[in-house]
Each structure stands twice: as C-alpha cells, then as structure tokens.
Design a protein around this ligand. Sequence first.
Ligand SMILES: [Zn+2]
Length: 151
Amino acid sequence: MKTSQIRTAKRKTWQAVSRFIRTRDPLCVTCLMAGKQTPSTEAGHYKHTSDKGNAQLGGNEVWYDARNLNGQCGTCNRWNSGELDLYGLYLEKTYGFGICQELNKLYNTPKKWTLEMLADVRAAYERRTAILQRNRSTNEIEHEILLDILQ
Ligand SMILES: [Zn+2]
C-alpha cells in the first residue's frame, strides 16, 4: 500500500468528519461553557490524535469518535490548547459523567484502521452531515438552551 494512498484517505476522511462536527456544533463548545457565543471554525479534539497527518494506519479507537471531536474557535483550539478543563465540562454536560474516562479508555485501545474502514467512516459522516443540514437548527437550539442554563 502506497503512503500517498494512506495520506489521501486520511485527509479525505478527516475533511468529512470535520465538516460534520462544524455543522453539528455551530458554536465553540468551550466558549459556550464560559458563557460566550463564538462561531466554531474548527473540529477540536479532546484526546489529541496528533498522528493523523502521517502515513500510518495504526491508531486507536477514538480516532473518528464524534464525541471526542467538537466545534471550537481557533483561539480555544489552537492558542489555548483546546481549553481542556472547559472541554471536559462540556462533554460531561452533553454525554454524562464518565465520558472523559471512556474517551481515555478508547484512546488507550489500539486499533489498526484499514483504507476500507476509512472509506466507511467518510461515507457515514457525509450522510450524517447531509441529515444535519436538513435539520440545521436542532443543535443551534441545544446550544441556546445550554447557554440559558449557564447564565
Ligand atoms: Zn472558543
């Protein structure tokens, strides 16, 4: 298998996943936890999977888990290292107590991805994005409710 094939497959899969996350989360989730409404421009990781850009297919169970990826602004994601304390609070509010431990466990569970699996992940996220775009307001409403609760 050529390394360029793997790089291309990973890039295309990441683009589909990132598009879904930014569509699902129109606002930066960590800014939300601080009571601010900032548009999300990036899909930020809770557990960082920094080897996405390389040509390896080895990895772990959390790679394309949509719970580990949430909309963030560039300030939170890049300049403030993900704002992981606020990120953890958002995950617990959204998925319940124990989610951080579960994502940690998945992060520590090795998984050998294949090109076929990446293609399946990509197709699944493209479908999910299309469904979300038809029901665009759902998560915007959820974010507004969360903001009301926090204020
Ligand atoms: Zn932010």
